[in-house]
Design a protein around this ligand. Sequence first.
Ligand SMILES: [Zn+2]
Length: 136
Amino acid sequence: MIGKEKQKELLRLAAEAREHSYAPYSHYRVGAALLTKNGAIYQGCNIENASFTPTICAERNAFFKAIFDGIRTFEAIAVIGSGELPAYPCGVCRQVMAEFCDDDFLIITSNADGSEVVAETLEQMLPHRFGPKDLL
Ligand SMILES: [Zn+2]
């Protein structure tokens, strides 16, 4: 599991990614920084759409960029929102994490100003999940 310094670096990169957010409807801006097992970091931001359904979260944006590059193993993700509460990943993003990540995949969430940070594993955030092993 990554240490506190690496977690801080990921949160800083997530905050940087948040600057790219396109959220004209909710005004809830989110950034993510995804650490791969080989040490690469992919950033993502939320991108909203007037028709709402095509909207994508910052976490999936980061995952899909990495997956496009052929990466399939991940260590941790930091997510920072623009509200007073930590930006916990939505259910859809947790399910995407379940597709590619192990139980100990670390999810670090923060509120807008970084004063409240929570770090939990995928197992803690999505217990009893449906995943690839269920289709073997
Ligand atoms: Zn999401």
